[in-house]
Design a protein around this ligand. Structure first.
Ligand SMILES: NC(=O)c1ccc[n+]([C@@H]2O[C@H](COP(=O)([O-])OP(=O)(O)OC[C@H]3O[C@@H](n4cnc5c(N)ncnc54)[C@H](O)[C@@H]3O)[C@@H](O)[C@H]2O)c1
Length: 255
């Protein structure tokens, strides 16, 4: 089903690494891996796949442009983009939140997602739709999934920069979907609940915040449970899903 080129940010760890693995499991043969960190573990996990590892900061416009150009120089197009790179922020009451923490978190999560998805859309608009056995009406120039958080849909205590940045991520896909829905490019958002990754490792929140009265499934999510939804949303099987925000949270947002 997946015959095109995938582009994954935050691919060195957690949900991004699992997303690259999910693309590979579902048959993607060419994957661009973008991260600030070391991508060698992810590369080692990917079997029978050509990879293009790129060290880049998603909040740096020149570096993102160069990463997209690198993908196009090597493989000519980008069909599926998963923007998973992101950071948390120090806990503080709103009145104690520093401008530096606000700007850093907004910089990576919101600005980074904006720059990456804009550059990916520009590339997708310049390419012909990929042929698909599902028929021409389901063909797509490209599909993008941005990773927000359930904190892009509701608020919690003492985490204003993260919450603001993830609300921005949710609105970016909704806006881009309006502006480019008719162009054959789809853009959607996944909103994870609590997921077991290096971002949350060792935090007591892993047990406290996944108690049955908080999460109906009474456990945190696995990175691959996010990844499989992200890659499905990128696939032609999801060809009429656009501008959506899907919670992948074990049911947490029902209450
Ligand atoms: N783990 C959770 O519980 C959870 C919940 C909700 C949302 N999320 C979101 O999911 C996404 C992935 O998080 P994760 O849990 O896999 O975290 P993680 O820390 O395991 O992975 C994040 C990756 O992003 C990379 N990264 C950070 N800043 C970057 C930058 N400026 N440029 C390029 N790469 C950068 C890191 O190097 C790392 O490899 C994030 O956007 C996060 O906000 C995670």
């Amino acid at each position: 089903m997946f015959s095109g080129v995938a582009f994954v940010t935050g691919a060195a760890s957690g949900i991004g690494q699992a997303t690259a693995q999910s693309f590979a499991r579902k048959g993607v043969k060419r994957i661009v891996l973008v991260d600030l960190g070391d991508l060698s573990t992810t590369i080692a996990l990917l079997q029978n796949v050509e990879t293009l590892p790129i060290k880049a900061d998603v909040s740096d416009e020149a570096q993102v442009k160069s990463a997209v150009q690198g993908a196009v120089d090597k493989w000519g197009r980008i069909d599926y983009a998963a923007n998973c790179a992101g950071i948390g922020c120090p806990r503080a009451k709103f009145a104690d939140t520093t401008t530096a923490d606000f700007e850093k978190t907004m910089g990576v999560n919101a600005r980074g997602c904006f720059i990456c998805s804009r550059e990916q859309i520009r590339q997708m608009l310049s390419q012909e739709p990929l042929e698909t056995e599902l028929g021409p009406r389901r063909a797509q120039r490209g599909a993008i999934v941005n990773v927000a958080s359930i904190l892009g849909l509701h608020v919690r205590w003492n985490i204003a920069p993260y919450t603001a940045s993830k609300h921005a991520v949710v609105s970016l896909a909704r806006q881009a979907c309006l502006d480019h829905g008719a162009d054959g490019v789809r853009i959607n958002t996944v909103a994870p609940g609590l997921v077991e990754t290096p971002m949350t490792a060792g935090r007591e929140v892993l047990t406290e915040d996944s108690a049955p009265e908080v999460v109906p499934m009474a456990r945190p999510g696995l990175p691959e449970e996010l990844a499989d939804v992200i890659t499905f949303m990128c696939s032609e099987e999801a060809s009429y899903v656009n501008g959506a925000t899907w919670c992948v949270d074990g049911g947490r947002m029902v209450h």
